[in-house]
Design a protein around this ligand. Structure first.
Ligand code: CA
Length: 683
């Protein structure tokens, strides 16, 4: 009888939990990070009636990349500049917000926008990190700051954009910055007070000093001839993690080399461990357990920080505990997560940097024809990757992984004059080459070769099952559900539901602004919601990825939440306001323009767009007005607009160099036909 009552009560609670409420308590929904929800109230038969439940304006533009956390009927989101919001998950009403007031000039260190991918929650506390390197704990009820700790050395251009993960009493966070030059690491802090518990470095430091661990001593054997410790080395852990409680293993994905070019970073050769790797760590003490390196001797910015998913797959009649990843380099990897053994690897997008992965050695076989040591080479994928940070999803119902895939190209060159410059981008890879062609037809061809699709991939057979093609790359992360649905937002501003098993488009809504964030779903008081943050930004738009037609990427981001039989979505598309450009008479001397072009692409293109063609998130400098041209040096060297994120570059540029850049900008405005009828000749 006792047992019967217990079972009855347990069944009652399970039913209640299953039918009435379902929260989204962890970044990837579970430690395995599948982003697959069991909720079925919204399903393939009724999704077409989905409409707006509520929306919340973040009052800021730039990239919106959050994965919301939903606990106790409250939604915790982050927004650009590391701001945290607590919202009523049913109504969207603001409960509190916390602005960590990051130093806006620190934005110069952010390779890929001042984004934040989300918070973590445990026991009444919300945890998140800031672009300027702090980790903090907030009271979930009030937003009051409970503790804060600085996780970086501020002499180095570290940034944090990732969401922390919680394992027991430890909160774990990494960082980014390998484009400018940092040494990667990940740190565990005491969840109660922020005290440091352990730190795992991903690449060796100065070899004349003692190594931090045996794992780092072993890694140092694979670096040769360069001064990587002065450049930083790279290998940053800027996004993905996963955790297997049974094996007690924390999996981290590590980033590219710093500088990118291995011939400058480690000219004596070597694999340069643990760059571009999945590393398994004991979360109790931060000790290395195993690693798998996706791109030995990375030379292409091929990070392996992309989303990792843990699953059980039946492979050749055997149940295998696997970890899956589709990193930038274009291969889809299935590894045995108990020991790091490669089970299979197949390219999921067209690639030309390697021919295949040798299953015996576990290593990619590089294509000598695209090696860029001697001559520049056109390589695919480029640094944006065949898949970037946007999370994928694995449905155990369909057995498919849904990948936000993209095709990108890039020209890499060996910068034999490379010298490390503090505070600048340090890639050693002649990154101006891709955009040097002046012929608009060639630029259009590069643009046409850059597009994206949602790819449904069978990880067992390593084959494509279906795809949804998009004109542009850089669409959003993915959610799949037991309602046989897959949700994805697109960079051209649509939010779409697909049938998970065959890719049929079942519902679509126009949101009026590009979406890069991953959707989530939750259920409160018997109502299922689907939520996604809209707001375009990140690496591709900043470097000049074109906005889709009739969209204004500069408008403020929104949290947008849907339910069945909801309202029509209001699309607050602002008119694209382009100030009348003022084109002062500056030098058109070819040498000066060439110098300006070089410096522009060394320092300015990462936010204002290659060739001075903005992706629309940050100002298009071809449209600068008269006042902006008159105060150009005050902005670039004097830091006049540092408080909005345009820091001074006086440490990197002379007055003459800044003037050359201005001349190049004006010339580009003329060459690209910016509103020439309004050209003024006065200055
Ligand atoms: Ca990178």
């Amino acid at each position: 009888m006792k047992n019967f009552v217990f079972i009855f009560i347990a069944a009652f609670f399970l039913t209640q939990c299953g039918q009435s409420n379902a929260e989204w308590t962890k970044h990837g929904l579970t430690f395995a990070e599948e982003r697959f929800s069991q909720l079925t109230d919204i399903n393939e038969n009724n999704v077409s009636s989905m409409g707006l439940a509520w929306s919340f304006d973040t009052n800021t533009n730039r990239g919106h990349e959050t994965t919301p956390i939903v606990v106790n009927k409250t939604m915790f989101i982050t927004a650009p500049w590391s701001v945290v919001y607590a919202l009523d998950a049913i109504t969207g009403e603001l409960k509190w917000s916390y602005d960590p007031k990051v130093d806006r000039s620190w934005a110069r260190n952010a390779c890929c926008d001042v984004v934040n991918r989300g918070a973590a929650y445990q026991d009444g506390k919300v945890y998140s990190a800031t672009i300027d390197g702090r980790l903090h704990a907030l009271d979930a009820e009030t937003g009051e700051l409970l503790w804060e700790t600085l996780t970086i050395d501020k002499d180095r251009p570290y940034t944090i954009t990732g969401a922390p993960r919680i394992i027991g009493n430890k909160i774990i966070i990494g960082n980014g910055g390998a484009e400018l030059g940092v040494r990667g690491y990940i740190t565990a802090y005491d969840i109660n007070n922020g005290d440091e518990l352990w730190r795992f470095y991903t690449v060796p430091g100065d070899p004349s000093l003692p190594f931090e661990s045996d794992a780092i001593a072993a890694a140092a054997e694979t670096w040769s001839g360069g001064k990587w410790w002065e450049y930083g080395g790279g290998g940053t852990v800027w996004d993905s993690m996963a955790f297997d409680p049974e094996l007690n293993l924390l999996y981290i994905g590590t980033g590219n080399g710093s500088p990118w070019n291995r011939y400058q970073r480690s000219p004596g050769g070597g694999d340069n461990l643990y760059l571009s790797s999945i590393v398994a760590i004991n979360p109790d003490n931060g000790e290395y357990v195993w690693h798998y390196q996706t791109t030995p001797g990375d030379s292409w910015d091929y990070t392996a920080t992309q989303h990792m998913i843990l699953a059980e797959l039946n492979i050749d009649g055997e149940n295998r505990k696997v970890i899956m990843q589709a990193p930038k380099n274009g291969f889809f990897y299935v590894l045995d997560r108990t020991n790091g053994e490669l089970i299979s690897a197949k390219n999921f997008v067209p690639i030309n940097w390697a021919t295949h992965v040798d299953i015996e050695t576990g290593r990619p076989v590089e294509n000598i024809a695209t090696n860029y040591f001697e001559n520049p080479a056109l390589v695919t994928p480029g640094p944006l990757g065949g898949h970037n940070w946007q999370p994928m999803s694995y449905s155990s119902d369909t057995g498919l992984v849904y990948i936000p895939a993209q095709e990108t190209v890039f020209v890499y060159g060996n910068d034999t004059n490379f010298e490390y410059t503090k505070g600048a981008w340090n890639t050693g890879s002649n990154i101006e080459l891709t955009y040097l062609p002046k012929d608009p037809n060639i630029l259009a061809m590069i643009d046409q070769a850059t597009f994206g699709y949602l790819l449904a991939w069978d990880p067992v057979s390593q084959k494509e099952v279906w795809r949804a093609q998009y004109k542009r790359p850089w669409s959003g992360g993915v959610l799949s559900t037991a309602g046989n649905l897959v949700f994805q937002g697109t960079s051209d501003g649509r939010f779409i539901a697909y049938r998970a098993n065959d890719g049929s488009s079942l519902w679509e809504v126009e949101l009026g602004q590009g979406i890069i964030a991953p959707p989530i779903t939750y259920k409160i008081d018997g109502v299922q919601y689907v939520a996604v943050q809209a707001g375009y930004g990140g690496a591709y738009p900043l470097v000049g990825g074109l906005p889709a037609e009739n969209k204004n990427p500069a408008q403020n981001g929104r949290m947008i939440v849907f339910k069945l039989n909801g309202e029509k979505v209001d699309v607050p598309v602002k008119d694209i306001i382009v100030s009348s450009p003022y084109l002062p008479n500056l030098s058109d001397d070819a040498v000066i323009l060439a110098k300006g072009e070089y410096e522009y692409h060394q320092h300015c293109q990462f936010c204002h767009g290659a060739g001075v063609i903005s992706g629309g998130v940050l100002p298009d400098l071809r449209h600068l007005d008269e006042e902006s041209h008159k105060t150009f040096l005050g902005t670039v060297l004097g830091g006049m607009h540092a408080s909005t994120g345009m820091a001074s570059f006086k440490d990197l540029l002379t007055i003459e160099q800044a003037e050359n850049i201005q001349a190049y900008i004006v010339n580009q405005a003329k060459l690209t036909g910016v509103n020439t009828s309004e050209v003024s000749s006065e200055q």
